[in-house]
Design a protein around this ligand. Structure first.
Ligand code: ADP
Ligand code: MG
Length: 250
């Protein structure tokens, strides 16, 4: 098993993070002492059986949940001492999110959706920057379309452009291809891969799909709230075999 550590230079660091829900007999330990770094400019997939703590890890790493114990550092900022307001601002300015369900505003055009994080930050979106973000995801010719006029894959690419518009230190993607067909999934995964390779973005994705995980250059395997393994890039077959190993072990 690989020894897992975090380094000060990582875009996101978790140090001995524990997260329990409930108290007494009902207490559940979702994360049980996780120390992990996500290096800047890498694409990591987090995998593990249902209930292993993947969502909790993402929520803690993104500052949406507070760990019960331990430290989370995003873009060199320790989230622990921050007020709720400071955490909200850090999330808005330094973190991008892509969800399984796209979460686009149906009444807004693609370019209005992409510009939304800037508007929420009280900034006047530069149309050139918004258009450039759309062309980076291959949708320059769809700027004035609304979500209902776009395919699932195109909608998710709009969501990726929106996640990137603030130039975040890290993009979290929770099952980003869960609602897509095979062709659209491949399109979105190639885009995430390209963002890392060409633009140096940092992507952390949760997925249960070995084919999706094979696009990443690092794989974090969770079991029972602990890091079971960290590996480099693997092909889908090897990933499926490791997942099967985790799911059958006691
Ligand atoms: P995964 O995403 O890998 O399926 P989760 O992080 O969602 O795992 O959950 C890990 C464990 O923590 C599970 O046992 C789950 O039931 C529990 N859990 C997660 N969130 C909560 C919550 N809000 N309240 C109580 N238990 C929770
Ligand atoms: Mg989950």
């Amino acid at each position: 098993m690989t020894i897992t550590t975090a380094q000060r230079s990582d875009a996101v660091q978790l140090w001995s993070v524990r997260r329990t829900y409930g108290t007494g007999d009902n207490a559940v330990t979702a994360l049980d002492g996780v120390t992990l770094g996500f290096p800047t400019g890498t694409f990591t997939t987090v995998m593990g059986p249902s209930g292993s703590g993947k969502s909790t890890l993402l929520l803690c790493a993104a500052g949406l949940e507070r760990p019960t114990e331990g430290t989370v550092v995003v873009a060199d900022t320790d989230l622990g001492p921050l007020t709720e307001r400071a955490r909200t601002i850090l999330r808005r300015d330094r973190i991008g999110f892509v969800f399984q369900s796209f979460n686009l505003v149906s009444a807004l055009t693609a370019e209005q959706n992409v510009a939304l994080p800037l508007r929420l930050a009280g900034r006047r979106p530069d149309p050139g920057i918004v258009r450039r973000a759309l062309s980076e995801v291959g949708l320059a010719d769809r700027a004035t379309h609304r979500p209902g006029q776009l395919s699932g894959g195109q909608q998710q690419r709009v969501a990726v452009a929106r996640a990137l518009i603030t130039r975040p230190a890290v993009v979290f993607a929770d099952e980003p291809t869960g609602a897509l067909d095979t062709v659209s999934s491949r399109e979105v995964l190639r885009l995430l891969r390209d963002l890392v390779d060409t633009h140096g973005h940092t992507v952390i994705m949760v997925s249960h799909d070995p084919v999706a995980a094979a696009y990443a250059d690092r794989l974090v395997l969770l079991a029972d709230g602990r890091v079971a393994d960290v590996t480099g890039a693997l092909d889908a077959g090897s990933i499926a075999a490791r997942m099967a190993g985790l799911e059958t072990r006691e």
